[in-house]
Structure formats: structure tokens, C-alpha cells
Design a protein around this ligand. Sequence first.
Ligand code: KIV
Ligand code: NA
Length: 277
Amino acid sequence: KSKFSVDFFARRKDENKKISMLTAYDYSTAKIFDEAGVDALLVGDSLGMVMQGLDSTLEVTMEDMIYHCSCVSRGADRAFVVGDMPFLSYHISVEESVRNAGRLIQHGKANAVKLEGGINVSDKIKAIVDAQIPVMGHIGLTPQSVNVFGGFKVQGKDYSRAKAVLEDAIAVEEAGAFAVVLEGIPEKLAKLISETISIPTIGIGAGRYCDGQVLVMHDLLGLFSGQSPKFSKKYADLRSVMENAVKGYIEEVTSGDFPESKHTFSMEDKIIDELKE
Ligand code: KIV
Ligand code: NA
């Protein structure tokens, strides 16, 4: 097993080669994505929404994250696995933050953790990195801040918010993060940040000039009905593939066309005859 490491991310930025990252939440899917060749898998706290049906990420717990990280890690032979730190797991104190990050590594078998915030969490990032745990930052439209932002709104369109996001990027790098997710910010701001800091930027809704991209697998695969978000691209319509498969199954079970004789196990008639006696 040769895994990508933190150096891989730095090298990719130096070589000007984009990094591909995708969310995954379970073993089987992680294995498919790993074998397809994705660089990194993110066990996002978006699992609250796409796996648990919640309407924000705020209810996701450390136990949820450890469970899903461990499933994904078992499926990822090559890809670098990043586990999200859930809401309140890195806000109370530096000590709790290091302990929780450690749990994602020790029990979730993640290769790195990701946490949201910039200047406000730089002491936590530094302490986790000091514990030899690689940290990926996450700034801009940070979903755990939904109640502060008043919804999922693009961040950094005006001067003061743009300046704050830029300063967060610098703080995250200075704290020792090996990469940073830029979410929901204007393309021009993401370009400036990517040129300013030396660690790779991984964009989602942050335009074309980031050093890599991340997408939620349900958006990429078209597992939701309805319109996909403006920033995402649907590379397949798995929802209709799944729906048609299930309809076909129901139809054939109902009609008796499934199972066929080739799906059955045989035995000698004489044993049945003996049983009937
Ligand atoms: O939880 C998640 O899926 C994420 C990505 C969208 C960056 O944090
Ligand atoms: Na997340």
C-alpha cells in the first residue's frame, strides 16, 4: 500500500498539476473512487445532509465521523483520506481539539483532519499539527457557520469580507496546514489566495484557479433529484439508473420472471422423494 502523503499535495502545487478530491462516506464507494484514481477522499461532515438526511452539518458527532472515516479508510488503498472535524469538536479548547483530531486518526484511520475557520482556529490548527496530525483548512463559506452567515451565501464579495477571507488563508498556512479548502467565494478572490499562499488550495464553488477541486459525490453522480448547485457538475445521472434498476427488479419479482433457473441451486430428486415419504 503506497499512500499519498502531505508532500504529494505540496509537490502538485509546485508542478502546477491539479489535485482531485471527492467526498466518500462508505467502504464500497471509497473503493470505486480509489480504484478510479482520485487523489484524495474527504469524509465530509456533509454526511449529515447526504447520509443522515439532516438539514445542516451541525448535528454531526465525532462518533458519526469516526464510523464513516473507518469505513472509507478500509476502501482507500492509495487515496489520501481526510476526515472532517464536526461542529464543537475543535471549538472548546486546544486540548479537546487535539484529542478529537487524534480520535479521527486513531479510530477513523484518517490520514489528516479538516476543520473550518481561519484566524479564529489558528491556535487549534497549530496544536493539532504539533501532534503530528496533518490539517487541511477550510475557509470562505464554511457550512458550520450557517447561523452566523444567515444561510449558505457566497463569502467575500465586498472588500471587508474579501480581506477577512484572505487573512484567514494566510493564518491557516502560518498555523501549519498542508492545504486549504476554499468554499463559496468569488473566482478572483480564490485566484488571489492561490497565488498568495504556498500551500495548495482546493476549491468548491471557488472557480478555475484553485490548485485542486473537491465535490460532494452525490452532486457529481446525480444522486439527488432536481437542480444541482451552480458550482457543481453532474457527471452521471445515477439517480435514474438506480430508479430504473429498482423498478425492473420490482416488476420481475411481481411477474415471477426473477429468479430464473440459472439463479437457483440444484439437488437430487431422490432426496426430495425421501423427504415426502
Ligand atoms: O463536508 C464536506 O463535504 C465538505 C466539502 C464540501 C468541502 O466540507
Ligand atoms: Na465539511
